[in-house]
Design a protein around this ligand. Structure first.
Ligand code: NAD
Length: 361
């Protein structure tokens, strides 16, 4: 099959980790006889340097006309002057908005080989395999009115949490579809005892659930969920929630694995439109250019790209299995190595994953 993939390496370690993902995709193309056409475009700080714009029109056009987009990371100290007129992050937010990706999927899997990297005790995190589906384009971060105001002569500020039925329905439906391919359980997180928008969220979620009698639904209040993610994380399968709750809970959940360098993500919109795939970590300027960054979060994001945007499930599994095998064999980049373990570099880790893919059945 033929696919066009836009690569946005970005800044810092972005180019180093995206290069390894590209090699993985090339190996998949060879093995399964696909044809991947790559376009590489600028975003973030490097785009500001080259064009003055963190999201050049050419980049946006390339993304919107691709089958999928893989991003490294944006930002770094060079562009972090708070007085600067343009910032790298504007490129990323603008891209998400322009692509209409309303659901952010963040899987959190604690692999047996890495169980000791977690700050929690092994018996707490063994078997953790959950996915957080965060609503990405609505809620408090986008509601209007928003901004400072003056009430009775004193400074005040307002934000607005507003959700429409259609915004809730589409993301909850996506969560139920995902659950069907997993352990068939959806946990919907809200604050329905206090917030009107959460009561609507719960109402719509139950309406959607009626179409999925094979999937179990539980409602949990957000404060309780924050607690259960630490006390019984292995009980969760698919968690679906609104934008701000998802922002906070997904960062909490990422720490179950103890390592930013391992966690992929996908942002999806309307079916048939390209998805955006990226590791959850940033541009790691402290280690950029040294060839020591962990490429696995980006490689696992590539597996999500194969599965969700290209519908190449078997190919995605081959990549994920190869990553698990390489870790089981003891390969470790510096961020996940124990003090006495030898350290594998970025490119060497990429090569090991490709070799494990080529040697699998
Ligand atoms: P960061 O995720 O870049 O780094 C945090 C720490 O984790 C650093 O010590 C870094 O070396 C380490 N780390 C991160 N990814 C790693 C990897 N793959 N392998 C090994 N170690 C890794 O977060 P930060 O330092 O807060 O931010 C740095 C820059 O990245 C900032 O400019 C920030 O705005 C930007 N950022 C971008 C994104 C994005 O592009 N989506 C996300 C977060 C931060």
């Amino acid at each position: 099959m033929n696919f066009t993939i836009t690569l946005l390496p970005g800044d810092g370690i972005g180019p180093e980790v995206v290069a390894e993902s590209r090699r993985v995709l090339e190996a998949i193309a060879r093995r399964f006889n696909h044809s991947f056409h790559f376009r590489e475009s600028l975003i973030g700080g490097c785009a500001i340097d080259a064009t003055g714009n963190p999201l050049p029109q050419e980049t946006l056009d390339s993304c919107l006309t691709s089958d999928a987009v893989l991003l490294g990371a944006v930002g770094g100290p060079k562009w972090s002057d708070p007085k600067a007129g343009v910032r790298p992050e504007q490129g990323l937010l603008g891209l998400r908005q322009a692509m209409g990706v309303y659901a952010n999927l963040r899987p959190v899997t604690v692999m047996d080989a890495l169980i000791d990297a977690s700050p929690l005790r092994p018996e707490k995190v063994r078997g953790v395999d959950l996915i957080i589906v965060r609503e990405l384009t609505g809620g408090l971060y986008f509601g209007r009115p928003q901004g400072p105001e003056v009430i009775d002569g004193e400074r005040a500020a307002v934000d607005t949490m507003r959700y429409r039925e259609s915004e809730i329905r589409r993301v909850v439906k996506l969560a139920f579809e995902l659950a069907r391919g997993r352990r068939k359980k959806v946990t919907s997180v809200d604050k329905a005892n206090v917030l009107a928008s959460s009561r609507l969220w719960r109402e719509i979620t139950h309406e959607v659930a009626a179409d999925y009698p094979d999937v179990e639904l539980e409602d949990i209040l957000v404060d309780a969920c924050a607690m259960y993610l630490i006390s019984r994380p292995a009980d969760f399968d698919v968690i679906v929630t609104e934008n701000m709750f998802g922002d906070i809970l997904s960062d909490e959940a990422s720490m179950l694995t103890g390592s930013l360098g391992m966690l992929p993500s996908a942002s999806l919109g309307v079916a048939g439109k390209p998805g955006l795939y990226e590791p959850i970590h940033g541009s790691a300027p402290d280690i950029a250019g040294r060839g020591i960054a962990n490429p696995l979060a980006t490689i696992l994001s590539t597996a999500m790209l194969l599965r969700s945007s290209l519908r190449l499930d078997m190919e995605a599994k081959v990549v994920e299995n190869a990553v698990a095998r390489v870790l089981a064999n003891g390969a470790r980049t510096a961020d996940i190595a124990a003090p006495d373990q030898p350290r594998t570099g970025t490119a060497e880790m990429g090569t090991m994953v490709i070799e494990a893919m080529e040697n699998s059945d």
